[in-house]
Each structure stands twice: as C-alpha cells, then as structure tokens.
Design a protein around this ligand. Structure first.
Ligand code: HEM
Length: 535
C-alpha cells in the first residue's frame, strides 16, 4: 500500500465537529458512532473500496429499500391528527337509543384520531388539483380499539358491486400502453355502466375538484349499521360537514394551480395547522330502520344513491378538529392503513355488496403493501386500549403483542394461563332475518338515472354550465359510439343535460334513438317514458 495516499490524521479531524458543537452524534442502527459520513473506506485515497464498509453498505442498502409499493389507489395523500368530540346525542335524542359505541355516548368526550386525505387515481407525486374523488379516511383511536371511517368527498360511487372495482380503476388509470389517462377508455367503461351516471354528474361538476382538503365534505358513502345495548340495529350513513365551508375549483383554476404546484392541498392543510388555524368538521348521521324499505324507489344498500335529506334528516353527533401535523410523512402517511372492517362494538356492517368487497381488500393490500405486521406500527396501533393477541412472528415483527401471564401459551383455549375470550357484550344482534337463494343477480331497484337528474336540477346555473363544458371537452376525445351512448344516458338522466352535451358533440336525440338498453340495466317506467319521447 502506498503510504503517501493515506490522508494525514489532521485532514480527518479537520472535517469533524467543532468543540462547541452540541448537536447529537450520528450513529448507525446498531448504535455505533459514525466518525466519517463523507468518505467510504478505501484502499488509499483513490480506492478501490473494501467490502467490509459496514456503515456505507448499511446506508446504501437501506436507501435502496426506501420505497414501498404505493397504494394501488389513493397513492397521493396527506395525514394530520386531531380529536373527535361527541355530543352524546343523535339530534335531540340520546344516542344510546341507537348505538352503544362508547366514543359517541358522553357529551364532550374526546377521542384522538388521524385523518388521511387523498386523491384517487394519480401516483404518489401527482397533482392535487386533478378532477378526481378525494379520500377522507378517519382512524379513531377509541377505548374499544380502532374505528376507521374510510370515506370520500362525494356522496356516491361509480359502481355498486365490488367485483367491478378493478375494472373501474383500470379504466380511470393511465392506458397500459401509452401511460396516459384517456377519456376514451374512461367513457368506454362508463358508457357500459349506467349506475355510474350519478357519480359522473358529481365528478364533472365543480365538486369534482375541491379547492383544497379543508374546504370539502366527507361521506362514508356505504351504508353501515348501529347496534344498541339490546342488540337492535338501524341503517346509517355518515357525512362530515366542514365548518370552513365547501369550495371548489373550475378546470381553469385548477390548471393555473397545478402549473406551479402539484401539492397545494397538502401545503394548505399543513400550513393552516402550523399557524393554529385548526380545521373542523361536524359529523352528521342519517338513519333508517334496518329493513329493505320497499316503499323507496332505491335500495338503501346501494352506494350509487343518496338518502333524501327530507325523509332521512342528517343529525349531528359530534365534531372533529385537526390540530397536529405528522412528524414524518413516510411513517405516518405512507404506512397508515385504513379499512372498512375496522369497527368497534356498537357499529356494524350492512349487506352492501361494495362494503363486503372493500372490507376484504383493504387489509389484504396492506399485508402486501406494508407487511404482515402493519398493525404493530405506531400509527396503526390501537392507542387507547391494550392489544393482546396470539398472532406471532412474520416479517418485521416489532414486538410480542400483549399476552397472558404464561409466555408459553400462545394459543387459546388453555388451562395453563394465556388469554381468554371476552364476555359477549349483550344480547345477540337483532338485525333482520334474511333468506334467499345463492345467486349472481343485480339488486332489484337499480333506478340508475333519477337521482342523477335530481342532482343536475339542484345545481346552480354556473355549475350546470361547468358540468356540460367538462363533459363535452372530455367526450370530444372519445369514439363516436361512446359519445352516442353517453348522450343516450344523459337524455335519460335529464333532457336538458342530454340535449346540451349532445349539442356540444353534434349529436341529436334522433341520432341515438336506435340504441337499445344495455343488458346490464333495468329501466324504470319513467326511463321508458323518456326513451319513448326520444323517438
Ligand atoms: C384506498 C379498495 C371503494 C375510499 C383503497 C385501497 C384499496 C381500496 C385496495 C388502498 C389501501 C391501502 O393501500 O392502504 C377499494 C375497493 C372498493 C373501494 C375494493 C370497492 C369495492 C371505495 C369507496 C370509497 C373508498 C366507495 C369511499 C367511500 C378509499 C379511501 C382510501 C382507499 C379514502 C385511502 C385510504 C388511505 O388514505 O390510506 N381502497 N376501495 N374506496 N379507498 Fe377504497
């Protein structure tokens, strides 16, 4: 070895800390102090490098693994913490009449929570000003364990059966060949999916681009149940109403923002919390008895429908305040994991066919995306109660979950200690008795157009203009048969919408009257009447 090439000791120490530097000393993950974080260990000053470079190899190989798969949907998001404060009531009635969930019972009771807002289709670094639903996922750390309310900013969804989810997402995601989001692919799928019309009327209206995360509503979308102390159940829908008001962007506003900032909504939320301007939402709940409700012209378990507020008035049950930012985006925003199966005593699923599919999908993807022990990570742990399980081992086991006094017993039942079952809270559930043949059928009351039409009529003039403009701009990029089928659907939604979109595309009702209803749809009498009017 050429002694001349070894740097003199004075050179090394000149890079070290000044005697008055009081900052903490860098170590590796083994707790070893790092003396030189600038130079690899090499044979002579000019190399070659040696393989026993433990610090360098650990540093670079950890870096190589810094990314985990991004979420297959809702990849771009931002998380903040806060609390939920219960009113103890559902409107004027004691809430205990309907649910025994502890977090709701006492007026003023606070439950800590984390909330992750997101966009759906774009990747992790995509624009937050995209026309796209926004995720609104809340994790309540309750004394009975975690409750996740995984919602969106729009009250309805594109599809009503979970089996179609991979298809709707493939259509909305970039083309697998060109890697561009393509209106022709999106509307190809939507034109064959009549239940999507209600969502499309919302998504292409100004509500499809919320101004930021603080100024948007949140909706549980799917139908859930509440269970009271006697085991009686009711159907419920959850909505979050922002105290800040609702604000949206036009396509032009959004284009101007994303020209210089892809993350304006995260920035807005982060900065508001930093300056102590804490955003707040009220949680309001709609309720109906746990039955099929044949008197309604829609199915209460259909997530392409809203429940009319006149008939099912939303009643406040509490408020949520966000008052703390994350310390680390990766640990707390990328690894946070929500799911619709994460319910506490007093809350339950309904038979909504989307909800059951979602409930499988979330924890399945999280075992793949984050790892089998994702629930041991601090952001996902139940914080307000003790966790004691017989789940053991697996990649990245962080600790042994709470266990009984005898560490040998990691099974149940046992007469040698270990964990025991809890006593069942009260009576068995008293939901409806259901029977039927195992089948693959659509729900009976699909009524795909009526609520979409009502939504259109409820809009202000400028919102209708914006909706029509956005639809025409996108549909102009589609093939003629897709345009025709979409105009046909919009004529069934509301004459005015169909005529205006058709006008923008050069398609008159006469041009689409030859189209037959799709095999995948049922028409109501009103739909048939509208079709007859076409001819
Ligand atoms: C995220 C599946 C419908 C709201 C996700 C993820 C999956 C998924 C796999 C990624 C989760 C992760 O990587 O941690 C499904 C399926 C659906 C469905 C299979 C239909 C059958 C919906 C609906 C809503 C919704 C209707 C709104 C009510 C969300 C939200 C997130 C999400 C907010 C992001 C959660 C977060 O911030 O980590 N969904 N989803 N999803 N989904 Fe769904």
């Amino acid at each position: 070895m050429d002694q001349e090439e070894i740097p003199a000791m004075t050179d090394v120490s000149s890079q070290g800390p000044r005697p008055d530097d009081r900052r903490d000393v860098l170590t590796n993950r083994q707790g070893h102090r790092i003396y030189d974080n600038q130079n690899q260990r090499t044979v002579g000053a000019r190399g070659p490098a040696t393989l026993e470079n433990y610090h360098f190899l650990e540093k670079i190989s950890h870096f190589d693994r810094e990314r985990i798969p991004e979420r297959v949907v809702h990849a771009r998001g931002f998380t903040a913490y806060g609390y939920f404060e219960a009113y103890g009531k559902w409107g004027d009635e004691p809430i205990s009449r309907y649910t025994r969930a502890k977090l709701f019972q006492e007026e003023g009771k606070r439950t800590p929570l984390a909330l992750r807002f997101s966009t759906v289709i774009g990747g992790r670094d995509s624009s937050e000003a995209a026309r796209d639903p926004r995720g609104f996922a809340v994790k309540f750390y309750t004394e009975d364990g975690n409750w996740d309310l995984v919602g969106n900013n729009l009250a309805v969804f594109f599809i009503r059966d979970a089996i179609k989810f991979p298809d709707v997402i493939h259509a909305l995601k970039p083309d697998p060949v060109t890697f561009r989001q393509d209106p022709n692919r999106i509307f190809d799928f939507m034109s064959q999916t009549p239940e999507a019309m209600h969502m499309l009327v919302n998504l292409f209206s100004p509500r499809g681009i919320p101004a930021d995360y603080r100024h948007m509503q949140g909706f549980g979308v799917n139908t859930y149940k509440w269970v009271n102390e006697s085991g009686e159940t009711v159907l419920v829908k959850y909505h979050w109403i922002p105290k800040q008001g609702v604000k949206s962007l036009t396509e032009a506003d959004a284009a101007a923002i994303q020209a210089h900032d892809l993350g304006h909504a995260s920035k807005d939320l982060h900065e508001a919390i930093e300056r102590g301007d804490y955003p707040e939402w009220e949680l309001v709940v709609q309720m109906m008895s746990d039955e099929e409700h044949p008197e309604l012209d829609f199915d209460p378990l259909d997530d392409t429908k809203v429940w009319p507020e006149n008939d099912f008035p939303p009643q406040p049950v509490g408020r949520m305040v966000l008052d703390r930012n994350v310390d680390n985006v990766f640990a707390e925003n990328e690894q946070i994991s929500f799911g619709t199966g994460v319910l506490v005593d007093g809350l339950d699923f309904s038979d909504d066919k989307m909800l059951v599919g979602r409930t499988f999908s979330y924890s399945d993807t999280q075992r793949y995306r984050v790892g089998p022990n994702y629930l041991q990570l601090p952001v996902n742990q139940a914080k307000s109660t003790e966790v004691r399980t017989n789940l053991r081992d697996g990649q990245m086991t962080y600790h042994v979950d709470g266990r009984g006094e005898n560490p040998h017993v990691n099974y149940e039942p046992s007469i040698n200690g270990g964990l025991r079952e809890s006593q069942y809270p009260t009576h068995d559930e008293q939901g409806p008795l259901i029977e039927g043949r195992v089948t693959r059928k659509r729900i009976p009351r699909t009524n795909d157009y009526k609520q979409a039409g009502q939504r259109y009529l409820l809009m202000d003039d400028w919102e209708r203009d914006d909706l029509v403009d956005n639809l025409v701009t996108n549909l102009k990029q589609c093939d003629r048969p897709i345009q025709e089928r979409m105009v046909w659907h919009f004529l069934l939604v509301e004459d005015d919408l169909g005529l205006r979109v058709g006008d923008g595309l050069g398609i008159a009702p006469d041009d689409v009257k030859h189209l037959k209803p799709l095999q995948s749809q049922d028409l109501t009498d009103e739909d048939r009447q509208r079709l007859a009017n076409l001819g």
